[in-house]
Structures are given as C-alpha cells and as structure tokens.
Design a protein around this ligand. Structure first.
Ligand code: FAD
Length: 425
C-alpha cells in the first residue's frame, strides 16, 4: 500500500520534497498548484535574462514524470479544495506555498500610484497571471529600487538592458514594450546599510559592470578600506569580493552610456513624495541623519516577501510563515521552503527541507489505506474544476516555445484563460 502525500505548491521546495519522498519507498505524491503552470518562482520570479538558472526545471520535469507523482495544476487549496479535505484523504500533507506577498515599507506615501512592490513588478515582467495587468507607469527618467539584494539587482538590470541584450530571454511582450518605450535613464538602488552589508551575490553585482548601454555609479567615499568585524571566512570573502567590484565601479568612467545605475548606501526611505502619484522619495542618511530628496516617477521596494495564511493551517502572522518544529506543523501536516523558513536562500536551500520532511513523514505517518488521489479527483470533478495535468502543461510549454520570437526560449502565456485554451483539443 503506497504512502499518499499531497504537496501544496509546485515551486522548488515542492519538487525537492517529492523527490525525497520517492527515495523513501512506495509513494503516491500529488503536487497541487493554483496556477496551470508548474515551477513557482523559477517561472515567475527568476529573472527572464537568467535562463541558465531556469534550467533546473529540467530536473523538476523528470520528478513530475516519475511513477507515483502527479501534477494537478489550476487547483487552489483554500478555493477549490479545503486543506481539511486533503488532510482527511492523504496520509500526509506538505505545505510548499512560498511567500508571494510583498513586505510593506511602512512609510508615508506608500499608497501613491507609481509604487510597485517587487513581487508585483517581477511578477509583471515575468508574466505571472496575478500581475499581468499591473501596467506600471514607466513614463519617467528615474526609478528608485529600494533594497540591496539580488531581487533589487534583477529589477534594475531588466530595466536598463538594451532590447538586444534581452533578445534571448522570456521577458513578456507587454513588459518589453513598456521598458523600451520608457525614457528611463537613471535607476537608483537604495541600501539602508553599507556596501559591506549588501546582500548581492558577486556574480550578479559584476554583471552590472558589463552592460551594453548602462554605467554602474558608486561613490568611492561610501566604500571602506577593509571588511571590518568578526564573521565566518566565507562571508568575509563574499563581502571582500563585492567591495572589490564596487571599487572597480567607482573608478570607472561612465562614458557615453545612456543609462546609469546608482548604488547609494546608508540611506533609508522615510516618505514617498508627490500628489496622487509618485514624484520623488525622501531618504534619510543613516549615519548623519541628513535628509535627501530624489526626484523619480516610480519606486520599487524590493525589501522581502511574506507568506500568506492557507485557510485551515496554523499561521504565525508576526513571522509570516507556518509555525513548525523542524518542518512539522501539526500531526500529518508539514511545511517546506519559504512558507517553512521565510523568504531566504537560493533555489538549492529548499532541498534539505524536502529531505527532512520526507524522513519525518515516513517515520510519523504510516500508510493507512486512505483514498488520497482518488478522493481528490472525485471532489474536483464534482466541483467542475478544470485540472491541468503535467501532460497538459507540456502542451502549454510547447505552444509557448512554438510562438517564441527569434532567439527567445518562449513567448509566455500570461492569462489563465489562454493557458486553458492552449490545452483544449
Ligand atoms: C524575484 C526572485 C528571484 C529569484 N531568483 C533566484 C535566482 O536567480 N537563483 C536562486 O537560486 N534563487 C532565486 N530566488 C529564490 C527562489 O526562487 C526561492 O528559493 C524558491 O522559489 C522558494 O521555493 P518555494 O517552493 O518555497 O516557493 P515558490 O517558488 O514561490 O513556490 C510556491 C508555489 O506554491 C503555489 N501556491 C501558493 N499558494 C497555493 C495554494 N493555496 N494552492 C496551491 N498552490 C499554491 C504558488 O503558485 C507557487 O507555484 C528568487 C526569488 C525571487 C522572489
């Protein structure tokens, strides 16, 4: 009798949990995903010009096609099926729902038109159906991106690359049109702390020095001579590398390049300025307390993400995650990935979560001859839900690839209705 497990979500953490469960013995795993498309932030978060990172989808595809694994797309837990129904039907349920919401800045003026959280903005240029209608107004020469992590750098890079640099990407058409039509010349990246504390990885930072028509600008006065403080050697090396890259940027002549990315440190946003829409941002120097107003037409806070509660599951609102003890949320209910740990780490950081939970489920949830997949199918048929199978997804995938512009990997479907139309016979 196989162990039956429902995994809610189909991002990296869901696939690593499925893979780990397969390694523990006979198992029937259902990956239940609210979108018709799998892979979570690999499709909807990872930058469109970082196709090498998206290659991990190949190994997820192998997992999805393994005996004992099913993908049920277009099924939202909490809307189409209740968590309690899953818990009654399966031996165990694993939450892998990520952290899809933006953390708020918590400053005056944040509700003005022209402020777009990074989840929304990245979702928009990546064609996530939730954000395809965002239509950000980029009719401005200056955009401020708040945050000093890789998401902030992704956003800045996508905004300043030339159309030629974006040819081999899956940037969606409407975003390419809006970015190419924008008079944007200056992107300001604002960090509350200093260059040593910035969370960029060095590969991403160095990329900013190799752009065709954009110069990275850094004020040498912001750069300390050495990395001070006690820290593991590995952290020190990362920080020293970033400092060296920033020094190179500070020494570079911007030349005749049309766009500039300004790396500005020790500044915290205190107010978004303007009338109904953004006209600027007020920043406070965290070392001197002095104020600085920057004129800009859009502000994109990239300061982190929050999970959202899954109806029927415990939720820690203060930490914005499912409270868990080493992956266990409640009897028979587990969590992996960003809903378990918060929005930290790279794709591979989700793998150990799956290993831990798979072992725990094997030890704590012996197969009890529950109806599992058959019970879910019956519920979904009764409710008239159009379930998207993995074979269906491969049809959407093929349609996207078939319509790709020359050099591009795919032309993304951004509306659920279009995705469903692509799989009708
Ligand atoms: C903008 C951005 C760029 C990134 N770029 C990189 C990068 O270049 N390299 C790197 O290593 N890491 C990158 N990361 C980090 C990486 O994407 C995450 O570590 C990883 O995606 C987290 O996996 P997850 O499975 O927890 O969540 P997610 O990938 O968010 O997957 C969650 C899934 O659950 C689904 N879901 C949510 N609620 C429900 C529900 N109620 N019912 C059914 N399904 C539901 C969602 O639709 C989604 O598919 C990036 C992150 C972001 C935000």
């Amino acid at each position: 009798m196989p162990l039956t497990v429902a995994i809610v979500g189909s991002g990296p953490s869901a696939f690593y949990a499925a893979e780990a469960l397969l390694e523990t013995g006979e198992v029937a795993v259902d990956l239940i995903e609210r979108l018709p498309t799998p892979f979570g932030l690999i499709r909807g978060g990872v930058a469109p010009d970082h196709q090498h990172t998206k290659r991990v989808e190949k190994s997820y595809t192998r997992i999805a096609q393994s005996a004992g694994v099913r993908f049920l797309g277009n099924v939202e837990v909490g809307r189409d099926v209740a968590l309690d129904e899953l818990r009654a039907a399966y031996d165990a349920v694993v939450l892998a729902t990520g952290a899809p919401l933006d953390r708020a800045l918590g400053i005056k003026g944040e509700d003005k038109r022209g402020v777009y959280g990074s989840a929304a903005f990245v979702g928009w240029y990546n064609g996530h159906p939730d954000f395809a209608a965002l239509a950000p107004d980029l009719n401005t020469t200056a955009v401020v991106v708040i945050g000093n992590g890789n998401v902030a750098i992704d956003i800045a890079r996508v905004l300043v690359k030339t159309p030629a640099e974006m040819t081999e990407t899956d940037l969606v058409d409407y975003a390419a049109r809006a970015i190419n039509a924008s008079p944007l010349t200056d992107v300001y990246m604002i960090g509350r702390r200093g260059p040593v504390e910035a969370k960029f990885t060095n590969v991403e930072l160095r990329e900013m020095g190799k752009l065709a028509d954009c110069a990275p600008l850094v004020d040498a006065a912001d750069l300390p001579a050495t990395v001070e403080g006690v820290m593991p050697d590995r952290d020190r090396r990362v920080r020293e590398r970033n400092l060296a890259t920033l020094r190179e940027f500070a020494a570079q002549e911007p030349g005749a390049r049309r766009k500039r990315v300004h790396f500005r440190f020790f500044l915290k946003p205190v107010e978004i300025l303007g009338g109904a829409r953004v006209e600027g941002i007020r920043l406070e120097n965290t070392r001197t307390g002095g104020k600085l107003d920057l004129a800009c037409g859009a502000v994109i806070p990239a300061i982190g993400y929050r999970s959202q509660p899954i109806p029927g599951a415990p939720f820690d609102a203060a930490r914005a995650l499912a409270p868990n003890e080493d992956g266990r949320v409640a009897p028979g209910l587990y969590a992996v990935g960003w809903i378990k740990r918060g929005p930290l780490g790279v794709i591979g950081s989700n793998k150990p979560d799956g290993d831990i939970v798979a072992k725990r489920i094997r030890a704590e949830c012996p197969p009890a001859n529950r109806p599992g997949p058959a019970a879910l199918d019956k519920l979904l048929i009764a409710r008239g839900v159009r379930v998207v199978s993995f074979a269906d997804w491969l049809k959407i995938d093929a349609a996207e690839r078939a319509t790709a512009a020359p050099g591009a990997p795919r032309r993304k479907c951004t509306r659920i209705a279009d995705m469903l139309a692509a799989i009708e016979p």
